[in-house]
Ligand binder design. Structure first.
Ligand code: XMP
Ligand code: MG
Length: 184
């Protein structure tokens, strides 16, 4: 990519848009094979997963629909991080085959919470699909059925991922410069 096209806050590009899109197409083909003959509901975890879920939805070749949830994390009793639902699905998950689509598995807390929540509410199946997996940051185990890329423990932005709501629009995924945090 043309160096001048890189946002000045980005240290380096980790994944170019074409690398991301080719991987999303591969995942879509795999998911389409696995769910052939079934109706699949894509549950997108807002906001970071919107680009990933939209591209995945485009490349799937099976019957599918899309819904959205939004979560937030807070520090609960004993300094334990807790996840809560701040916006729920538009329809009941009971009996549905759900693909939980998340931008990144970091501590694993969000995905664990959502998977348990959807199962408790009677989903027929819940599988997890992440674009990025950062295993070094994991606090709770999470079973990932579809994984785009495994990355090291960097803070990344772009293709939906943000730092303080910025950089989501970047077409690539890049490592944010340390100076962006330090100059706060
Ligand atoms: P868990 O619960 O797995 O949370 O810790 C995953 C959520 O944390 C955010 N996250 C990031 N966002 N760059 C980001 O822009 C990162 O490197 C990063 N790591 C974690 C993200 O919102 C994800 O949904
Ligand atoms: Mg997120």
């Amino acid at each position: 990519m043309d160096k001048s096209a890189i946002d000045p806050h980005i240290e380096r590009i980790l994944l170019s848009n074409s690398e991301i899109i080719s991987r999303v197409k591969e995942i879509a083909a795999q998911v389409s094979g696995d769910y052939r003959g079934k109706q699949l509901t894509i549950v997108t975890v807002l906001k970071g997963s919107v680009f990933f879920a939209a591209d995945l939805l485009r490349f799937l070749t099976i019957d599918r629909d899309i819904d959205f949830v939004c979560t937030s994390s807070y520090i609960g009793a004993n300094s334990v991080s807790k996840v809560q639902l701040v916006a729920d699905l538009s329809s009941n998950p009971k009996g549905k085959n759900i693909l939980l689509v998340e931008d990144i598995a970091d501590t694993g807390l969000t995905l664990n919470y959502l998977r348990d929540n959807l199962k408790e509410r009677g989903a027929a199946s819940v599988a997890v699909c992440v674009l990025l997996d950062k295993p070094a940051a994991r606090k709770v185990a999470v079973e990932i059925a579809y994984r785009g890329f495994t990355i090291e423990d960097f803070f990344v932005v772009g293709y939906g991922l943000d730092y303080e709501e910025k950089f989501r629009e970047l077409p690539y995924i890049g490592v944010l410069k340390q100076s962006v945090y330090n100059n706060k």
